[in-house]
Every structure is written in structure tokens, then in C-alpha cells.
Design a protein around this ligand. Structure first.
Ligand SMILES: C[S@@+](CC[C@H](N)C(=O)[O-])C[C@H]1O[C@@H](n2cnc3c(N)ncnc32)[C@H](O)[C@@H]1O
Length: 220
């Protein structure tokens, strides 16, 4: 009898986290909306979101972060962007009312070529997504381009290399098969600094294995 390897069983959901598709992707995206809520709140608690802010959430998945941000930036506007049509569909459903009133827009597109002009956003957020980008340093520079001078990028994730959690250990074990960019605390710092961000802070909750990276675009 053929037995399933443990890698095969983790592989389907991992691919689905990278680019959700089909009915399984739709299920996973709805599920991530609740599963990532606590780490998102924790990450956002380290920055200030102002009522007038124009904000972009990249890799927005099912759009829960977009709705959280829209509830704070009541006089601003929030954009979500994702390259998965399944994520886009769920994000539009979740934010239907705010889309109707013109306070939210959800765009299909890639982090590698953001469909926005330079100096557009006060804040860019990226939750549980940066480790999937095909060119991580390039994505960081692309975000820097669309940030206004003085604007902030916050990367939030519930996993980093070196965290003493089971999830981090599993990710480390299967890294060559998943293709994740699995960075340590120091590597996160280097990622921001090398891309040209200033005032870089890397904050962790070591018990939970959560990480939050913050960097600013220099004011001119
Ligand atoms: C693990 S999900 C996280 C979704 C959401 N941010 C959350 O916290 O629930 C990763 C999301 O990033 C998107 N994504 C991954 N790589 C991307 C890229 N290169 N450009 C745009 N979106 C990307 C995926 O389609 C997926 O919706």
C-alpha cells in the first residue's frame, strides 16, 4: 500500500497560502481572515494609523486587514492588492460596503509592479505575505517607491527563522520544498536597511514566534 508522505499533506495548503485558487483557496482565504486577526492587531499596535491616511495593504488576501484599516482611517482611503483572483473576490465581498462608499478599492496586481504612482501612500501594510514574494528585495524597493516621503511600511508575520515554535521548526525543515523566504530577525533588519528604509525596527513576540518589521521612507 502506498503511504502519503507528510510533505505531500502539508504541500497543498502551503501552495494555497502562496496563491489561493479554486474552492479550497476560497475556504483558506476566509479562514485566514480570522486566523491572522490577532497577529495583525499585534503588529498594527506598534504603529500609528491616522484618520486621514491613504493606505495600501499588499497581499491583502480576504481583506480583513483592509477592513480593520478602513475602520481607523475614516477620512482617508484604503487600497488592497493581491495577485490571486480568489483573494480579490473574497476581499471585495468583505469590504463591499466601503467599496460602495468609495473608501476602499481592491486591485488585482503583483507586488513586483505595483499599479500606483510614486509617493502615493502614508502607510503600506503586508501581513503574512512577504515570504512568498518572488523577489523580496525588489518588492521592498517597489513599496518604497509608492510610499510618500515620511511614510511607513509595516511587515507582520507569525513566523520567523530562529523562533522557538513548532511552526518555525517545520518551516525550516521543509524550506527547500516550500520556496519560502524564511528570514531571521537580523535578516529582516538587513532587508529593510538594504532597500533604503530608515528608522528600522524589528519587534518580536518570541513566545508566539511573531515578527513585525517597521521602516520609513526618508522625508525629502
Ligand atoms: C498567506 S496569505 C495572507 C493574506 C492576508 N494578508 C492575511 O493576513 O490573511 C498571502 C497572500 O499574499 C498574496 N501574494 C503572495 N505573493 C504575492 C505577490 N507577489 N503579489 C501579490 N500578492 C501576493 C497571496 O495571493 C495571498 O492572498
Amino acid at each position: 500500500m502506498k503511504t502519503k508522505s507528510p510533505v505531500a499533506t502539508v504541500r497543498i495548503p502551503i501552495n494555497q497560502c502562496q496563491k489561493p485558487s479554486g474552492w479550497l483557496g476560497r475556504f483558506i482565504v476566509w479562514n485566514m481572515n480570522s486566523r491572522h486577526s490577532k497577529v495583525t492587531d499585534w503588529g498594527l499596535s506598534h504603529i500609528t494609523v491616522k484618520p486621514q491616511d491613504t493606505i495600501l495593504d499588499v497581499g491583502c488576501g480576504g481583506g480583513k486587514t483592509v477592513s480593520k484599516l478602513a475602520a481607523i482611517a475614516t477620512q482617508g482611503k484604503v487600497f488592497g492588492l493581491d495577485y490571486s483572483d480568489v483573494s480579490i473576490g473574497v476581499a471585495r465581498k468583505v469590504n463591499a460596503h466601503s467599496i460602495e462608499t468609495g473608501r476602499v478599492e481592491i486591485h488585482e496586481g503583483s507586488i513586483s509592479a505595483l499599479p500606483f504612482s510614486a509617493d502615493s501612500f502614508d502607510l503600506v501594510t503586508a501581513v503574512e505575505t512577504h515570504f512568498w514574494w518572488p523577489d523580496l528585495p525588489g518588492g521592498m524597493r517597489e513599496i518604497l517607491r509608492v510610499l510618500k516621503p515620511g511614510g511607513t511600511l509595516v511587515l507582520i508575520a507569525e513566523i520567523y527563522r530562529g523562533a522557538a515554535t513548532k511552526t518555525a521548526q517545520l518551516a525550516e525543515k521543509y524550506i527547500s520544498r516550500t520556496g519560502m523566504k524564511f528570514l531571521s530577525i537580523d535578516e529582516h533588519h538587513g532587508l529593510f536597511a538594504d532597500a533604503g528604509y530608515s528608522d528600522v525596527q524589528i519587534i518580536t513576540d518570541s513566545g508566539k514566534g511573531w515578527i513585525c518589521g517597521i521602516g520609513k521612507k526618508l522625508s525629502t
